[in-house]
Write a protein that binds this ligand. Sequence first.
Ligand code: ADP
Ligand code: TZD
Ligand code: MG
Length: 587
Amino acid sequence: MATVTPPASTAPAAAPASQAAAQEVHGFDLVLDALKLNGVDTIFGLPGIPITDLTRKAQGAGLRVISFRHEQNAGYAASIAGFMTGKPGICLTVSAPGFLNGLTALANATTNCFPMILISGSSEREIVDLQQGDYEEMDQLAIAKPLCKAAFRVLHAEDIGVGVARAIRAAVSGRPGGVYLDLPAKLFPQAIDAELGRKSLIKVVDPAPKQIPAPDAVQRALDLLKGARKPLILLGKGAAYAQADDDIKALIEKTGIPYLPMSMAKGLLPDTHPQCASAARSFVLPQADVVMLVGARLNWLLSQGKGKTWGAANAKAWGSQKFIQVDISPTEADSNVKIEAPVVGDIGSCVAQMLKGIEGIKAPADWVNAVAEKKNGNVAKMAEKLAENPSPMSFHSALNVVRDIVKANPDAYLVNEGANALDFTRSIVDMYKPRKRLDVGTWGVMGIGMGFAVAAAVVGKQQVLAIEGDSAFGFSGMECETICRYNLPVCVVIMNNNGVYRGDESPYGGSKDPSPLVFVKDARYEKMMEAFGGVGRHVTTPQELRAAIEEAFRTKRPTLINAVIAEGAGTESGRITSLNPTAKKTK
Ligand code: ADP
Ligand code: TZD
Ligand code: MG
């Protein structure tokens, strides 16, 4: 039934303007119709064979197409759009190399439980499978499979509706993740009867169905909390993703239990909330007797739930805590330590159920007071550091400015990557609203910066402030052009310490070349934004930094601020020096 218009692997022919063609619809149109039918309004991508026309037709069909300079950045944009909205972000790439460039972002999305669909054009199956050397030949489906939650290929135009529907369901149902959708070049110009095409499309009903937890699992968790003397709630980015903000707040406030937000859960309740225990992290983790994880995994970011962080005498031993884990994935429990009370379901439903039985659960006053005392001491110490004003700037003196600006602009998105630039920002800059802090996530991946910033501006429609290590920025810096082209309200601040972690030379010596960790001294990154018509600022004091960010927020113009930080201000690997045990100690 499907008619194929050759040749498939070169630019596809436009629909013939004959009478018969009026009754036909092409693969191109069906892909776009299927996406639109399911509420997709934005595509992040990079054009080329065989999807060039798809990107232009998408615009013609009323979709917003954000065209990047590298697919990895388009992929990161799609993935964070997925996190922000709970709907799959769409990334569109060309075959083999474009697909591979997007694949890092797809794998990262899966690792972080962000819903995303990578749609890549691919070469001719017959030639690929016989390895006969097609243009950009690669068995993309096979390569994508181990790196994503699900992978599908559509060969016939009448199956596009099913392919898109399956991709959407796979991305957002259960634990969200990355999905690959392979669309061979031949598919796009395929013509089928228009009525058949229309009927073949599926508007997905209830793509992320609620998963109600079992009552006995909820009761088990409540009983544990009831008996706790030192309870603690850990909020992860799954809790932020779930968009159950009011119920999570109610659960925390009604029980009075201290809570600790993971990086991207910051702001789910304001970091300044009296129960927020961030400033007493190393006190509460080993002390707590019952810990309730809500959308957070006991991975490396939580020392696998073991060792000294958790009050055990040695690194491999378990502490004495009992864990409750609220998570949509039934296999997450026990992945690192015993989970006494797994509550499996979507966080919205789980927390709603728990709230019904929360009467009588109250964090003991002596524990709450002990946490508050520890926290107040640490906050006072931090205030002293923040008040210092060294020259060149330290991370603290620069981030003190950012802290004020975010406080005054709580709706702004904060994108953050680097090592010291990441760790100091996380601990110094308070967040006030949910899902506003977008960062390197589970992998600690460098390169998310400009992709996330573009997506936050386009999808979140708010001012974006990206706090970037100078190394981190380099991974996606070319997207300054994209930011200028779409005239996005993005203010990039580069914490420029002349290198990876620090700008000083290797303690080992032995080469005339610069250390692998250092860059051109005093590089003028701000000129990159100027090159595309944006604003560039070079700042050396907190006053200048404040004025420059305030100007950017006021004018909403694309801005890059090159903030000079002392070369030696950082530490090797930032806060995770322990994972780098052989490194010679830097000063
Ligand atoms: P963090 O890095 O902030 O600790 P993780 O990415 O490790 O967070 O954990 C997120 C967890 O949240 C994952 O285990 C995932 O299965 C879970 N999750 C994601 N979305 C939901 C949801 N809607 N309901 C329940 N659990 C969810
Ligand atoms: N490559 C990728 C994709 N991700 C990584 N995390 C790294 C390399 C290794 N890496 C880090 O973990 S942080 C970092 C690298 C290269 C850069 C740190 O330097 P920076 O930040 O300038 O961004 P600071 O402020 O100088 O520490
Ligand atoms: Mg640096």
